[in-house]
Design a binder for this molecule. Structure first.
Ligand code: CA2
Length: 147
């Protein structure tokens, strides 16, 4: 039995589908979870899917993924642009890391053009709404040889 893909989402993404649908789409985070589970299941894998509004909790889960996961998909949300601590945690991982964004931060405000997470990511998927998560899970599966 292979280890799961960890799919972690950062602050405010619990509100997905309730605000700014023109930027983030109408899917809720539960919809995104179902899409990730389907994508992983089709490749014989499972996901651990979690969201937190707290930087330290996300870091604890990144550390958990280090030993318990086969790959990490991370939408760091606002912390991607601010958190050196999250980057430090990511740099301890030997598993693939796929950074994931619903929107395309590069096409938005200047401050979204830089993410610390990208410095540790194997690759980045941005701009496809909820499908970004599916594409990221598929990419992570490919990186661990389960495409
Ligand atoms: O596009 C993404 O996925 C982001 O990671 C979302 C973050 C933003 O700070 C990043 O630049 C790009 C914001 C998440 C806010 O979550 C919301 C969810 C639903 C409605 C409104 C905000």
């Amino acid at each position: 039995m292979s280890k799961p893909i960890y799919v972690l989402s950062g602050p405010n993404l619990n509100l997905l589908g309730q605000r700014e649908p023109e930027i983030y789409g109408r899917d809720t985070l539960d919809d995104v979870r179902a899409r990730c589970e389907r994508t992983a299941d089709a490749r014989g894998l499972s996901v651990v899917f979690r969201q937190s509004n707290h930087e330290g909790e996300l870091i604890d889960w990144v550390q958990e993924a280090r030993t318990e996961g086969c790959a990490l998909v991370l939408n760091p949300a606002g912390y991607g642009h601010t958190s050196v601590a999250l980057l430090d945690a990511l740099k301890t991982l030997a598993i693939p890391i796929v950074e994931c964004h619903l929107s395309n931060p590069a096409a938005r405000e200047d401050f979204r053009r830089h993410t610390y997470v990208s410095l540790a990511a194997t690759g980045v998927v941005s701009g496809f709404g909820a499908a970004s998560y599916e594409l990221a899970v598929a990419a992570a599966a490919g990186l661990v040889g389960a495409a």
